[in-house]
Design a protein around this ligand. Structure first.
Ligand code: SAH
Ligand code: SF4
Length: 347
């Protein structure tokens, strides 16, 4: 049996055509799956009994099972734990309020079980890499969170467990389905893919002229420090990525987001100057994330240090936003997803 959510429109069109069904049926199918978010083929009431039965024999509708759900008392953020068909665990986070006033309802989704990148500040890294998620497993996180919260998100960030560009094909396929008019119909500008910096995948992304928001996790301005926190620096030095961006990332496009975790030891005036120099010819928006606590011993930033860093960046005219840490009390903030069960009962 296969997961129906792994299929693109064209792939399902082929299946339906082979079954002797018309194209409009595929549009109806997408509407049932993503817009109406049904949980069984039997709910697809404008399909004949026979078609529903044939779909049920061939496909599994929902690849994930919700296992647990935790609500933050601090800010209403919710974290969801899902079990996959092979008994792996992944997490998604629903942010009712992302610290801005833009009415965004965001789902932060996972792209892998675990992560192979080994960043020192991140809980997901401690799991190691188990496997990639399929497109359907990525999409089903959104279906479940929508159903369980009763709310339709209008924003997606690939910032949960895993390195999205290490699972490029599945992530982009899932993003495309989210974007379809008869999928979730979320605009390209409301889907953000965050990467720790896999250079060939970034180049491919740019060459394919993809328009989803791209976010790059930089986190240090000196290569010798970055490599300590992010081993990916060794294989793909950020300097090379910056050069690639300079050459290929058109300023006319949506601005690139550079994510920067603020620790106690990477927010000096020198760091601000190096940032300015690094992106002299690329249009960026700097997204600052105060380091979230976890199983690491890295220094948290002080308020005064953050203030000084912000002043330096302002002087240099670098557009900055600060990501408020959401869901810290439920370990739902950036870098805190570990895929562990929260309680004994399920949700
Ligand atoms: N793997 C991708 C996306 C998931 S991580 C990536 O690394 O970009 C999403 C964001 O959380 C990244 O910008 C990462 O640098 C940040 N992050 C990881 N651990 C963190 C922590 N302890 N505190 C704050 N941000 C963290
Ligand atoms: Fe993976 Fe991102 Fe965590 Fe690094 S920060 S280990 S790339 S999930």
């Amino acid at each position: 049996m296969e997961f129906i959510k792994d299929y693109s429109f064209n792939e399902l069109l082929e299946v339906f055509t082979a079954m002797g069904e018309k194209e409009y049926r595929v549009r109806q199918l997408f509407n049932w799956i993503y817009e109406k978010n049904v949980t069984s083929f039997d709910e697809m009431t404008n399909f004949s009994k026979d078609l529903r039965a044939r779909l049920g024999e061939k496909f599994i509708l929902s690849p994930l099972t919700p296992e647990d759900r935790l609500l933050s008392e601090l800010d209403g953020t919710e974290k969801f734990l899902f079990r996959t068909h092979d008994d792996q665990f992944i997490e998604s986070v629903f942010l009712r309020n992302d610290g801005t006033d833009e009415g965004r309802l965001t789902i932060c989704i996972s792209s892998q079980v675990g992560c192979p990148m080994g960043c020192r500040f991140c809980e997901t890294a401690k799991i190691g890499f188990i496997r990639n998620l399929s497109p359907g497993e990525i999409l089903d996180q959104v279906c479940h969170v929508r159903r369980l919260t009763g709310l339709k998100n209008n924003n997606i960030v690939f910032m949960g467990m895993g390195e999205p560009f290490h699972n490029y094909d599945n992530v982009l396929k899932a993003a495309d389905i989210m974007n379809y008019t008869f999928g979730f119909h979320i605009s390209v500008r409301k889907i953000t893919i965050s990467t720790s910096g896999i250079l060939p995948a970034i180049e491919r992304y740019i060459d394919e002229k993809r328009l989803y928001n791209l976010a790059l996790s930089l986190n240090d301005t000196l290569p010798e420090k970055r490599v300590v926190h992010m081993p990916v620096e060794k294989k793909y030095p950020f300097e090379k990525i910056a050069k690639l961006l300079e050459k290929k990332f058109p300023a006319s496009r949506n601005r690139l987001t550079i994510e920067y975790i603020m620790r106690g030891d990477n927010i000096s005036a020198d760091d601000a100057h190096r940032l300015k120099k690094m992106f002299k010819h690329v249009s960026i928006k700097l997204n600052l994330i105060p380091l979230n606590p976890g199983n690491h011993t890295l220094p948290l930033p002080g308020e005064k240090e953050i203030e000084n860093f912000l002043k330096e960046l302002e002087i240099m005219n670098i557009p900055v936003s600060i990501r408020k840490s959401m869901g810290q009390d439920i370990s739902g903030a950036c870098g805190q997803l570990s895929g562990k069960k929260y309680r004994d009962e399920s949700c």
